[in-house]
Design a binder for this molecule. Sequence first.
Ligand SMILES: CC(C)N1CCN(Cc2ccc(Cn3ccc4ccc(-c5n[nH]c(N)c5C#N)cc43)cc2)CC1
Length: 225
Amino acid sequence: MRLDVVTIFPAFFDVLDVSLLGKARERGLLDIGVHDLRDFTHDRHRTVDDTPYGGGAGMVMKPEPWGEALDGLLQPESILVIPSPAGERFTQGVAREFATESHLVFACGRYEGIDHRVGEHFAREHRVRSVSIGDYVLNGGEVATMAMIEAISRLIPGMVGNPESIVEESHEGGLLEAPAYTKPAQWRGLAVPPVLMSGNHGAIRQWRADQSVERTRSIRPDLLP
Ligand SMILES: CC(C)N1CCN(Cc2ccc(Cn3ccc4ccc(-c5n[nH]c(N)c5C#N)cc43)cc2)CC1
């Protein structure tokens, strides 16, 4: 999978060279390009924003630099992903959908967002998705893009050591995962549930399934079918 990110803070994505993502890049599972939007400006101040038509607080990102940057990146099969507080909810289902794609281009806005015509223009010939990672307000699209890249990339075959672990984790099956434990068996007066040390794999599977439903009912009832 090829990912391209356009941002005015390219250094923000230096972290993509470490951890799982760094290894995935080394192994050729993931190819990531980060591009500075200001490289697509032509004035002395490398201007990327201007005042909003209709008035209002803040500044809006100019369409021209975005047009030039995205013209050079988008292919017919690409999906243009635009993080936005007004976007569709980014869920594990959307992550799974995006993980099957060959090319994702993330447009990281700042200020009050990107001129609406950018998404409108590229939707004429490409798939464009405006996406929000949650109902809270961030200062720009970079954190959201990083979260989405991590959620998507771990679903790419070969990315995570044990593919089974993906199936059992929260949100993959639509429910929260069961609690996890490791050694020691006793810690500060707290014991590991005996069933997990019974060696009875059927009983362990059942306990985890029950715990998953119980936790979901108590913490995230909205996820219950
Ligand atoms: C009335 C008038 C003064 N209000 C002014 C604030 N407006 C909302 C507003 C607020 C902040 C930003 C900053 N920003 C710029 C690009 C950008 C991309 C993503 C996100 C973002 N925030 N939260 C998420 N889950 C996101 C995602 N994904 C935020 C972004 C952009 C836009 C609403 C109108």
